[in-house]
Design a protein around this ligand. Sequence first.
Ligand code: V47
Length: 354
Amino acid sequence: MDLIKKVKNRERLTQKEGEALYDLDLFTLGELADEIRQEKFGKKSYFNINRHINPTNVCADICKFCAYSATRKNPNQYTMSHEEILAIAENSYSMGAKEMHIVSAHNPNDGVEWYMGAFRKIKEKFPSLHIKAMTAAEIDFLSREYGLSYEEVIEQMIESGVDSMPGGGAEIFDEKVREYLCRGKVSSQQWLDIHEMWHGKGKQSNATMLFGHIESRANRIDHMIRLRDLQDRTGGFNAFIPLVYQKENNYLKNCNYPTGQEILKTYAISRIILDNIPHLKAYWATASINLALIAQEFGADDLDGTIEKESIQSAAGAKSSHGMKLDEFVEMIKNSGFTPVERDSLYNELKIYS
Ligand code: V47
């Protein structure tokens, strides 16, 4: 079949060809994606020792899929002080964390300095800790709320010690679906523009895609191709992260919840379509650890990290609130037939567990 030949020849696929990949059976797709994965990384599976901090759930925006922000369904608002954030960083650092992954809701109460001051204080005290913080949605929010340009927010982030940007806020780029999911939030083009600007400063970032709700297969391929186009220009994305939609405690109903097969196909297709983004992350917090381990055979080469505490996905039903113990994580990767490799936030290898 021509499509399979094209993939085997490493030729770039179009939107229509990407959609047609879904018609292949799971094992054929897995084999194609695994071949590409093994070509790049062999049996290595990357992870890092990280800590997720979500400093506030007070949010000016309303996304139907979100169970984390404080709303009628979740009336328990909180906002951490800098001291609380610093104490978490200190504790995690002492236990071996090398990355703080800091993502907040869009809090209109405390000003830009509440965001930037937290980064500065962490960096002053722990210069070697990598700060991965501020989704493009947060940057857009601060820009709108405080009359700053994207460039001004980005300059402040860099001055405050943010090292890289996480991939959150991308959701699904199709404008119609996005309008229904999260009207008023950063637009698809703005999300891409912000990452392009960040890459232009010599910095790296990740890209996510929230799937398994009301979007179509064609919407997923379109999302991937928009990222691939940007990556051609900047080369700044390290990893693509398909986030499996979690359905509890939110306002998004009547979804097409994906089967395990559909999730694995989506990982495999991501690996095939995104020929210029090196890493494919099966974020275990949304895929579940067992499916994430299987995803290693469907193109994924990264499982995120130990996380320690997780509030966004677990609010919507995922079993990730307490992260994962390092030795357990390493053992599971080994038992699944892969070689665990601890990496830093920019994918330099730190330790191979052979
Ligand atoms: O942007 C919100 C998603 C994201 C739900 O860059 C949900 O390395 C599933 O971006 N079901 C934040 N997902 C998390 C994120 C992330 C996670 C891990 C690694 C990286 C990285 C980035 O969580 C949001 C949103 O798309 N989200 N609600 C939900 N119900």
